[in-house]
Every structure is written in structure tokens, then in C-alpha cells.
Design a binder for this molecule. Sequence first.
Ligand SMILES: C[S@@+](CC[C@H](N)C(=O)[O-])C[C@H]1O[C@@H](n2cnc3c(N)ncnc32)[C@H](O)[C@@H]1O
Length: 301
Amino acid sequence: MSSASPRHVSVLPLEVLALLRPAPGQVFVDATVGVGGHARLLAERLVPGGRLIGLDRDAAMLELARPRLAGLPVTLVQAPFSQLRQVLDEQGVAAVDGLLADVGVCSDQLDDPQRGLSFMQPGPLDMRFDPTTGEPASALLHRLSERDLADLIWRYGEERFSRRIARRIVEARRQAPLETTVELAELVRRCVPRPAGRQRKPPIDPATRVFQALRIAVNDELGELQRLLTILPTCVRPGGRAAVISFHSLEDRLVKTAFRERSLWEVQTRKPVQASAEEVRSNPRSRSAKLRVALRLSETL
Ligand SMILES: C[S@@+](CC[C@H](N)C(=O)[O-])C[C@H]1O[C@@H](n2cnc3c(N)ncnc32)[C@H](O)[C@@H]1O
């Protein structure tokens, strides 16, 4: 990791606490510990007598979180949240009082050039949250057909020039495999025309959308979220609460649909909760965050 003290700022902290209502003696899960910001806020409210089980796929994030959570009743487990049911069984927990999943990426992961998640830093095109399993982005760029690449960039990145970018990727890889963040970012920039005229805001680097799309695909982020939402009713006790913060419209749609199951959940947020203008000013990452919370109903499965 690039820095000893984490840089990531947790989004919607007060809203998460108000809607999840952690209380002494309760058992909570933070399914995406990251650098431990939300985990700390939650765990502090579970004492005395309660505990928090924290998951993250990324061992490096758990190491950043560990000192922040020292002295609190927290168990950290490196695992994807799709395996939450097995993790709870191993921890001897039947069902929890509350769960938070703040899906996506931490600023500290973006800052580490070796992860290849940011086009701002030269590094290998890896992008895996857990670099010990799965396929790095460079392998995906090499393996997929032009059509599949275009679909991926369009679907997960909402990039209008997806077909042109996919064509250029295929042309480039015939010469040599695309291995670095800089190579990919430059290729994308050459495909996307600059906006004409004077802009009010500086234009977003076109590489942003392509890097986001690849990260979502490499980590199967939508599949992971769907698997978590499917097992969630078996992990949260009746009367317990689940909160999901998402940053992409496709993710938010999955959460909205899952919480709409009226025999299982009572929605606590009719519309997704979004960051205030003040929070967006101090933490621009919060701009696209959407928080949905549901109460687990008592019907059996
Ligand atoms: C936005 S950060 C969480 C930040 C955290 N809430 C905080 O306050 O510090 C998202 C984290 O989720 C982790 N993550 C992403 N997908 C995951 C998955 N399927 N299972 C477990 N962790 C995952 C990432 O490694 C990252 O550390």
C-alpha cells in the first residue's frame, strides 16, 4: 500500500447509522470493510456485548483497517461477500441484527499503482480486488472478442464510443498485449473526440468509464452483489436491517429489485438516500452514492 494512514473517506456515515440503528449487544456485518471507516462507527455502537464481523476481498484493505479497529469487538475475514453465509457459519452466527455493504472501490485501492485501478498512475493492468484469484484486466483484454469488449465497455461504462475503443484494442493487441494502465488510457483517449467549445466544467477523462467497466467485469461486481442479495434473507434476522450503498445504476437496480420482495423486506428508504451538497463538496466520491435500507420481515423463507 502506498500510505500508512488510509485516505478513503466513508460516504453517508450519519445516514448509515440513523437507518441501521446499531445498538449495544447486537451483531453486525460490514460486508465491505475497506479501510474500516463505517466498521469503526458501527462497532463503537455495538459495545458492550456486541460484535462486528467484517469482510473484504482485499487483504491489503483489511490490513489498513486493522489498526483503526483495534480495541473494538471486530473479527476481520478475507472473503468475497457472496460467501457471507459460510463465513457466518464458521463464526457460529445464525443471523445478524444489521448488515452494511458499501460496494465498489476504496480511494486507497485507486492510489496503489500496482493494482492498476487508476489511469492516473502507471502500473500493470490488473484491477483484481483479490490479486490471488481470477483473471487480471490485461488477460480479459486479450481474451475477449471485439464484440464482447464493446458490450462490456458499453454496459458497465456507458461509453458511447465503445465499439471504436473495442476495435482499437483488438488492433493494438495484434501488435503486442496491452499490459499497462498508461497504454490503455492513451488508446482510449485517442478514440474519444474532445468536446467542442468552452466547457463549464473540466471534461471527464474518457479513460474513466473504460477503467470502471473493466474493474466491474474483472471482479464480477454485479454477480457478487446479486449473490449477496440472494443470500441476504438467510443472514439477517427477522427485525434486522440491511443497508447497501452502490455507485452504479446497474447495482442500484439490483438492490431496489431485491428489497422489493415484500414477503421478505420492508423498504426503509422509498427513494435512495444521497449525499448532501455539503458532503459532495468535502468528498466528491459521494456524488454518485445511493443508499437503500430494508427491514427483514418475520415470515419464514
Ligand atoms: C467503497 S470501499 C468500502 C469502504 C468502507 N465502507 C469504509 O468506510 O472504509 C469498498 C470495499 O469493498 C471491497 N469489495 C468489493 N467487492 C467485494 C466483494 N465482492 N466482497 C468483499 N469485499 C468487496 C473492496 O475491496 C473495497 O475495500
